[in-house]
Design a protein around this ligand. Structure first.
Ligand SMILES: Nc1ncnc2c1ncn2[C@@H]1O[C@H](COP(=O)(O)OP(=O)(O)OP(=O)(O)O)[C@@H](O)[C@H]1O
Ligand SMILES: [Mg+2]
Length: 443
């Protein structure tokens, strides 16, 4: 198949007749005079390579990144033989402008081939941290994705600002499901405060989600590819796959909604349950029609909620958290009318809302809250939450009998393995007054 190519500048477009005469490896699909024109054309997915004339553009690493992000490699023409003083930018192939068209075409083929091989390559290693000195909290795991169309379910854990506990719930639900034998993918899609990696003690700074989105955006992506990118984390009795989030403030534009949608679909093939830790914001981003790299921080949030079979709306159980959740649910209804949220109050305690806090919250919710019913109450449990954070692991490892762990296990509707307290047969754990979300997380 011929490689579609864009040229920039007169010296590059002078090659067009010669390249066309080859009737072979490359096809020039557009000639551009301006860099902005070239970038816009690349973003439409038109080309796989850009041939840039000497002096037609500042050749920088960020230009390389920008074009690579759209799946395009750069071949830069030089008007003189390469000298030691010439700048060399990684990711650019340099070719003398005096070469024959066939030589240039061969250079284009090589560069595109190399780029495609790099894009498909799995990560070399998985960084891991073990804050308590425990052995192997995380080990590499070979992909075992099937080719079947995905049937896994997607649960988005979302909620308003104010740290109501989205990450705590997402991570621990994922761990509970994994410990109960499900294959689970945990995705940190919080573009404002990614923290799943840190909460699991991972030193991996490479933002697996961004990497997955980048590859998905180039058109080749499935559960197997996702399995190679996700890191594998051992939790007691099970194993979690994790796509870490973007912690660099400038990294969030990498989460293009279309690519993220493909990643989540691949998650359905890879895992029985994909749990997404999703940030609070719902506003639609303004997108400049001529610049498809314009901000889409919140577009990613919307895509997660659209893709989810179940949205858990986490609210802090206090006088600020409750009205915030009411408002956020109204916004959710406007932004993603198809979402069917389930309300979960977290950090439930008498000190914040009065005696019998669950009754108080229920009554307040009936008076002021939307018609969505409350699915679960998760108790305030500082000791357990802090211990798990310090250890960089899930509650089921560090605080298996804690009220918070038991409540989250009930929310996930899995038996709380490792809870050693004695109970009569059929008796529910104390502090879990509401049975939570039904088994199998229905659509
Ligand atoms: N039920 C709980 N009891 C005690 N502490 C809790 C509970 N749930 C969460 N926490 C603690 O509250 C803090 C915020 O929780 P978490 O990071 O899960 O919130 P978030 O909604 O994800 O916040 P962010 O806005 O940072 O994404 C953490 O220190 C966590 O350990
Ligand atoms: Mg969070």
């Amino acid at each position: 198949m011929s490689i579609p190519v864009i040229t920039l500048g007169a010296v590059a477009s002078a090659f067009v007749p010669g390249l066309e005469q080859l009737r072979g490896p490359v096809t020039v699909v557009r000639r551009c005079e301006e860099l902005a024109e070239l970038v816009a054309a690349c973003q439409t997915g038109l080309a796989r390579a850009a041939i840039i004339a000497p002096g037609a553009a500042d050749l920088t690493a960020s230009l390389v990144d920008r074009l690579r992000f759209t799946g395009v490699v750069i071949i830069a023409l030089r008007d003189h033989p390469p000298g030691a003083a010439d700048p060399v930018v990684d990711g650019i192939d340099y070719v003398e402008a005096s070469v024959e068209p066939a030589v240039l075409a061969a250079a284009v083929s090589r560069a595109v081939g190399r780029f495609e091989a790099e894009s498909a390559r799995p990560r070399d290693s998985h960084a891991y941290a073990d804050p308590l000195g425990l052995p192997d909290v995380m080990v590499p795991q070979p992909p075992d994705a099937t080719e079947e169309p995905g049937t896994g379910r997607i649960v988005a854990v979302w909620g308003p600002s104010g740290a109501p506990g989205r990450t705590t719930v997402a991570l621990n639900m994922a761990a509970e499901l994994a410990a109960a034998g499900s294959s689970v993918l945990l995705v940190d899609a919080d573009t404002y405060g990614a923290s799943v990696g840190a909460s699991l003690g991972l030193l991996d700074e490479s933002a697996g989600l961004a990497q997955a989105c980048r590859i998905a955006d180039q058109g080749r992506f499935d559960g197997a590819a996702l399995g190679r990118i996700a890191v594998s984390v051992a939790v007691k009795g099970g194993r979690l796959r994790v796509l870490t989030g973007i912690t660099r403030p400038d990294g969030w534009p990498e989460l293009r909604p279309a690519a993220l949608g493909k990643v989540l679909e691949a998650g359905r093939s890879l895992a029985e349950v994909t749990v997404i830790d999703r940030g609070f914001c719902l506003e639609a981003d303004e997108e400049l029609s001529f610049d498809t790299l314009a901000p889409r921080r919140n577009g990613a949030a919307l895509r997660c909620l659209e893709a989810a079979d179940t949205v858990l709306a986490i609210g802090a159980a206090d006088t600020i958290g409750v009205p915030r959740l009411v408002k956020a649910l109204a916004e959710l209804d406007d932004a993603v009318p198809t979402a069917t949220p389930r309300v979960v109050f977290n950090k439930v305690r008498a000190a914040a809302v009065g005696r019998a806090p669950e009754t108080q919250l229920r009554e307040a919710w009936e008076r002021f809250g939307p018609s969505v019913r409350i699915s679960a109450f998760l108790p305030m449990d500082h000791a357990a939450a802090d211990r798990a954070l310090l250890a960089g692991t899930a509650l089921l490892e560090t605080a298996p009998a804690s009220p918070l762990r038991l409540a989250i296990a009930a929310l996930a509707d899995v038996p709380a393995a490792g809870d050693t307290r004695r109970r009569r047969p059929g008796q529910r754990p104390r502090n879990v007054k509401f049975p939570g979300i039904p088994a199998r997380l229905p659509r």
